[in-house]
Design a protein around this ligand. Structure first.
Ligand SMILES: *Cc1c(COP(=O)(O)O)cnc(C)c1O
Length: 380
């Protein structure tokens, strides 16, 4: 059996273990400590964010963001439809209702025109959402400027879900730092990882202070345990923050490696009929967290599912592009604005193994396997 090639696996650098050892030696084995503080500061330095709160997951960060903005029962929150369920789950935790917005074809992210038209209509009927959660999918920034402008015009708060987009740029800046609140994820499959973890950022210090307060059980300042609000246990461990500090040191190398994967795939596979890669929008650089392509089954001779199954039989993991949230059974009751673009990307889209630790032999194996599917399909 050949060695499995997985979609995206953790890739440690040289310093992570040193930071973890330091946590052990100083006995800071707690969701508080010097690595947590340093991780937040170093994260701000790298991203240009004003303030940051390290938390236990990206999902926790989104939940805190909604809580901080006062999203509650029966509020509506607009949300990209082409994303992971974790973007929208916290909307439902709050008893609020997601409204899903379709993608554009140039970035695969939320369509700014569609958002603008929808906000304009909703303003007319007096039914504006409380917030918009904008996702930066597969490491590519959405077109933030028109989206932010539309949100500002209608006084709707922008939250950015940059879980997949650390190390990407939009007009030279980091996606996640434009909205009122941004979030990142350090789950095991992301561009850098703490095994599990997340970050909430904002330029408003009082928002981030409140996030830390809510993430540590909302304890009022008193010698005894005193609570006036419902809190959460969402803070990041000092041990894991140590891993995060080490990972931040190699972020640019990790982005470069993933972009290199993309270049290798694109150079080899673009020759095949019916194969197109997720375009890189001209306003920024994509971190190419995952290399995604679409397969036109007519031109290619096989569809993306045939490719996935053939590669799986050779121990190569690929994954369909996110199933749009408006098609998910759990969100079926909620409204969707458009959705055809995301549906088409789901129907034709496939994510290739994209880890920053893939070897060129492994990339070649993936490429060869896809060529074999193509040649077989041609001969049929
Ligand atoms: C991974 C991910 C999340 C959730 O982050 P966790 O750290 O796994 O909770 C949210 N949104 C998107 C777009 C993601 O890819």
């Amino acid at each position: 059996m050949p060695k499995p090639i997985l979609l995206s696996t953790p890739h440690m650098g040289n310093q992570e273990l040193e930071f973890v050892k330091e946590a052990f030696e100083t006995n800071w084995i707690a969701p508080v400590g010097p690595h947590v503080d340093a991780f937040e500061q170093e994260f701000c330095k790298i991203t240009g964010a004003g303030y940051a709160a390290a938390v236990s997951s990206g999902t926790a960060a989104i939940h805190l963001a909604l809580k901080l903005l006062g999203v509650e029962s029966n509020d509506e929150v607009f949300c990209s439809t082409l994303t992971f369920a974790a973007t929208a789950n916290p909307i439902v935790y709050q008893g609020a209702k997601p409204v899903f917005i379709d993608s554009d074809t140039k970035s695969w992210n939320m369509n700014p025109d569609l958002l603008y038209e929808t906000l304009e209509y909703r303003a007319r009927i007096g039914k504006l959402p409380k917030a918009v959660i904008l996702v930066h999918l597969y490491g590519q920034s959405a077109d933030i400027e028109p989206i932010l402008k539309a949100c500002n015009q209608y006084d709707v708060t922008l939250i950015e879900d940059a879980a997949e987009a650390l190390g990407a740029t939009y007009q030279g800046q980091t996606p996640g730092t434009f909205g009122r609140i941004g979030i990142y994820s350090f789950n095991g499959n992301k561009i850098i990882t703490t095994s599990g973890g997340g970050m909430l950022v904002s330029d408003e210090p009082e928002l981030v202070a409140k996030a830390r307060f809510l993430a540590t059980q909302a304890r009022d300042p008193a010698p005894h345990y005193q609570h006036s609000e419902i809190g959460y246990n969402y803070r990041l461990s000092n041990v894991l923050a140590g891993i995060g500090r080490g990972q931040l040191q190699v972020l640019s190398e990790r982005v470069a490696a993933r972009r290199r994967n993309f270049e290798v795939y694109a150079a080899a596979l673009s020759k095949l009929p019916g194969v197109e890669f997720m375009p890189e929008a001209n306003y920024g650089t994509c971190n190419r967290w995952l290399t995604c392509l679409t397969i036109d089954p007519e031109a290619f001779g096989a569809d993306k599912e045939q490719i996935r199954l053939t590669l799986a039989a050779q121990q190569i993991e690929t994954r369909p592009v996110w199933k749009p949230l408006h098609l998910q059974p759990v969100f079926a009751e909620y409204e969707s604005i458009g959705g055809e673009v995301a549906e088409d990307l789901f129907a034709r889209g496939l994510c290739l193994p994209s880890g920053s630790n893939l070897t060129s032999e492994e990339l070649d194996r993936v490429i060869e396997a896809i060529f074999t599917v193509y040649h077989k399909a041609c001969n049929n």
